[in-house]
Write a protein that binds this ligand. Structure first.
Ligand SMILES: Cc1ncc(COP(=O)(O)O)c(C=O)c1O
Length: 474
């Protein structure tokens, strides 16, 4: 083996020192450049390798493959970064409008009373244990989740054209659906998502190797739906494209199509033979009415579409951390539809097995109790009205305050939009001032989680928006 000092000139030429002590300091220097793009780091990669080899020759380390030059630092998730900045802010005036989770009038997380009840019943049930669930999940949960989204009397259920797997909340459902489509869609088509959409849609489909395109959705001019732009893009997309649709309470805009617009969207999807992929993360949370919020999905089912649904119970049951969700695949009607759907179920189970083996039990047990017990179900509907009602009150209150102050611009969109989020139209500069001067935190696209507003902070928020809009509008 060559003595270490024989490598020294090469190492020094690359700006490194062969001694173990200086290894740590040079890798520190290196770390600071590691957030630059991977393409700029080829010298750094070579230097890292030489440092690894030198360490190896000294017998002190095994050579590292995954050095900082090979694995650049990923950007921080903007939402989680925002939550951290909020936590560190010491001001007693601070307001968190970033987090996509319901807060009560005291800005605290809310455990739904019906969830507390179901939870207590599970605790006291001697038959509950910690065994694995089946690969497809808890059967009493998956069958109830189907009925909730499609309707108990759905022809799709009656004809055996739907299969359901319990997933790791809505994210897991989008992922499982994307994985299935990436493997089995014969054309390996593009996925079209709304512009803008929940940021994770891009990440999930990108990671699965599906190419993602955007269709226009939000009109900055009307702060409503750009239905013409959307339909035009769907018409121009290659036949058979996958179209990701938010079933209700669109994230981040709070803008939903009307029922008439849904019919137009369905007509274009049919005409172009596209594949609809619904994401439903806010059923019952948007209007307060579970049936109304499922309208678009039930319409597509009645129209005989083949499509899939990613369903989350994070928001409507407040089961965020319990990761409770479901993925449904609905086959088009036809002679062999039930058999085709059974085949699909078997393939989904294989994918599920390799990804998570079997899903998380606790949240599904809670959801199953509530969905299958008429008394608890009625109490849940009341809890949904409490949450959506408080959000609607905050929307009305904010609009009224801004209009009373004569804040430049129009504010009807605050009450026209629906669900947890409002796309306020505030610019990135305005968002920055709100954060730095007023301690108000929201995403830089101007989205607020209306659930972060309450009777204690709404006056301060309206005053801040009014001041910032005037300051930046000449
Ligand atoms: C549009 C949309 N889809 C899916 C999800 C999934 O969330 P989870 O994985 O917590 O169920 C969210 C959550 O914010 C969402 O807004």
């Amino acid at each position: 083996m060559a003595p270490l000092h024989s490598h020294a000139p090469q190492l020094q030429a690359l700006g490194a020192s062969p001694s173990p002590q200086s290894h740590s300091s040079s890798s520190h220097i290196y770390n600071s450049s590691s957030s630059s793009s991977p393409s700029t780091s080829s010298t750094a990669i070579a230097r890292d390798r030489l440092l690894s080899i030198s360490s190896h020759l000294m017998g002190s380390y095994s050579p590292s493959v995954f050095t900082a030059g090979v694995v650049p630092k990923a950007p921080e998730d903007p939402l989680f970064g925002l939550a951290k900045a909020f936590r560190l802010d010491k001001s007693d005036k601070k307001i968190d409008l970033g987090i996509g989770a319901y807060r009560d009038n005291n800005a605290k997380p809310w455990i739904l009373p019906v969830v507390r009840k179901a939870d207590a019943a599970i605790h006291n049930d001697p038959d509950v244990n910690n065994e694995y669930l089946p690969i497809a999940g808890l059967p009493s949960f998956t069958s109830a989740a189907q009925k909730l989204i499609l309707g108990a009397d759905s022809a799709v259920i009656r004809d055996g054209r739907v299969c359901t797997l319990q997933t790791i909340s809505g994210t897991g459902a989008v992922h499982l659906g994307g994985l299935f489509l990436s493997k089995f869609h014969p054309q390996h088509p593009q996925v079209y998502v709304s512009n803008p959409t929940w940021a994770n849609h891009h990440q999930i489909f990108d990671n699965l190797g599906l190419s993602v395109a955007k269709y226009p959705y939000f009109s900055p001019k009307t702060k409503g739906l750009d239905i013409d732009g959307m339909l035009e893009t769907l018409r121009a997309a290659l036949p058979g494209s996958i179209i990701l649709l938010h079933a209700c309470a669109h994230n981040p805009t709070g803008v939903d199509p009307t029922q008439e617009q849904w019919k137009e969207i369905a007509a274009v999807i049919r005409e172009r033979q596209h594949f609809p992929f619904f994401d439903t993360a806010y059923q019952g949370f948007a209007s307060g009415d579970l049936v109304r919020d499922a309208w678009a999905i039930r319409y597509f089912a009645e129209q005989g579409f083949e499509f899939c649904v990613a369903q989350s119970f994070a928001k409507n049951l407040g089961l965020y951390g319990q990761r409770t969700g479901a993925f449904h695949f609905i086959s088009a009607p036809g002679t062999n539809a039930a058999m085709a759907n059974q085949n699909i179920a078997t393939q989904l189970a294989v994918l599920q097995r390799s990804e998570i083996s079997n899903p998380a039990a606790y949240g599904a047990r809670i959801a199953s109790r509530i969905l299958n017990d008429p008394q608890l179900f009625a109490e849940w509907e009341q809890d949904l009205r409490t949450m959506s009602g408080r959000i609607q009150e905050m929307r009305k209150g904010l609009r009224a305050r801004l209009e009373a102050k004569g804040t430049p611009g129009t504010w009807n969109h605050v009450t026209d939009q629906i669900g947890m989020f409002s796309f306020t139209g505030l610019t990135e500069t305005q968002v920055k001032i709100l954060r730095e001067k007023w301690h108000i935190y929201m995403t830089k696209n101007g989205r607020i989680s209306v659930a972060g507003l309450n009777t204690n902070n709404i006056d301060y928020f309206a005053e801040a928006v009014d001041s910032v809009v005037r300051e930046t509008t000449s």
